[in-house]
Design a protein around this ligand. Structure first.
Ligand SMILES: [Zn+2]
Length: 389
């Protein structure tokens, strides 16, 4: 891999949200489904350089339109083989942009559950076939790129407490070695984290690490509640900026926020549609470990390169800071320690002589938050070990 690029990590991408307009058309044609003209902008109506894989047509200020687009697109996915196509498409595209590690979110409820007479039926065979196709896609991407992937199982909170618990029970009976995370997603305002007590406990019993969506649509208090129930990481969490005491806790406990700049601009009302209002710079400067994520890459018309570029061009993150963000992502990854070590060393191998010089200057000048300096010293020590090996 080219040493000049910044290696990248995604800790937050919903697999069905990764479907680009081009892929959606491909799936619709394959499954003989009508493709509404109004779903996407026509050629000439959008900037092809910015939206290389087409652009969905929805009013970015209208949450309902966004959800409708998401649902329409998800409904094009019909077979386990379709999951191969979307997983391969997303991972290969982002791996070309330097993605070395990715956590993909999948919802067993959407993959394999059906309703009959108030009862949810889980189709085990369909689940296994789907996972097999996703695994195959990962293996095929790995033939060309050095990338590691893990999965989160999603509990959709607005489907209710029982469905979330049943989802985890289904995973208890159908474990998969790549499923390392449990995630609570969906409408943040549906229910309270307290309501999901049984699910929090079962996730712990299954040794699944927890990342909960909080502080995106709801306020800082939702993050406090997620932490109370054992969240190891927070999905988005940007409203932590409203509460300095909470920020101190995130820093001292090294709780990583999965920031998604494009997604947040569109979905977080408090930003008023203007990315310049995003608190990513303040959160980083205050010492909170952050990562950059795509969330629903296809629906939002983004990719990991775009997200890193936004951080650099709008929030003036330096190359050293972007490398730090990637290393924070690896440190917070839901992956076994040996793989974490390997990924850390891989990311450190991208440090140029100039990066090492900048690292030394940053440590000497103490212009960063002590938590950041502590990380920088750790990188420097490891770089010294690697040079001598
Ligand atoms: Zn999400």
């Amino acid at each position: 891999m080219n040493k000049q690029i910044v290696p990248k990590v995604i800790l937050h991408e919903h697999v069905e949200g990764s479907i680009t307009p081009f892929m959606a058309k491909k799936l619709a044609d394959k499954n003989h489904l009508p493709f509404p003209q109004s779903l996407c902008y026509q050629p000439g109506q959008y900037d092809k350089n910015e939206y290389k894989n087409g652009r969905y047509q929805y009013d970015e200020t209208d949450f309902v339109q966004f959800i409708q687009t998401y649902d329409t697109v998800s409904n094009f996915v019909k077979t386990p083989e379709d999951y191969y196509l979307i997983t391969y498409d997303f991972l290969s595209r982002n791996a070309k942009q330097g993605l070395i590690y990715c956590e993909l979110f999948l919802s067993p409820y959407h993959i394999c559950a059906t309703h009959t007479d108030n009862q949810v039926i889980w189709d085990q065979q369909r689940f296994h076939q789907t996972l097999k196709q996703m695994d195959k896609a990962i293996i095929d991407v790995q033939k060309e790129h050095n990338i590691t992937v893990r999965y989160h199982v999603i509990g959709v909170r607005h489907l209710g407490v029982d469905v979330v618990y049943d989802t985890l029970q289904f995973i208890e009976n159908n474990p998969h070695p790549f499923i390392t995370g449990f995630n609570i997603a969906g409408n943040e305002k549906a229910g309270h984290f307290d309501d999901f007590e049984k699910a929090h406990q079962l996730a712990s019993k299954l040794n699944l690490k927890k990342s909960y969506h909080a502080g995106e649509i709801d306020c800082a208090e939702s993050i406090i509640q997620a932490l109370k129930h054992g969240a190891d990481r927070i999905g988005h969490g940007i409203r932590a900026i409203e509460d300095q005491k909470l920020i101190d806790e995130l820093v001292s406990k090294k709780i990583t926020l999965e920031i998604a700049l494009t997604s947040n601009r569109i979905l977080v009302n408090e930003l008023h549609g203007d990315i310049h209002n995003h608190p990513v710079r303040q959160l980083y400067d205050k010492g909170v470990p952050i990562t950059l994520n795509t969330d629903d890459a296809g629906i939002f018309g983004t990719d990991i390169e775009k997200e890193y570029h936004l951080a650099q061009s709008i929030f003036n993150f330096t190359r050293l800071e972007l490398l730090d963000i990637t290393l924070c992502g690896i440190d917070a990854a839901f992956v076994e320690d040996a793989e974490k070590m390997r990924l850390t060393d891989l990311a450190l191998s991208f440090f140029t002589e100039n990066d090492k010089h900048c690292l030394q200057l940053a440590i000497n000048n103490h212009q960063y938050h002590p938590a950041i300096i502590e990380r920088f010293i750790k990188y420097q020590n490891r770089l010294l070990v690697l040079v001598n090996e």
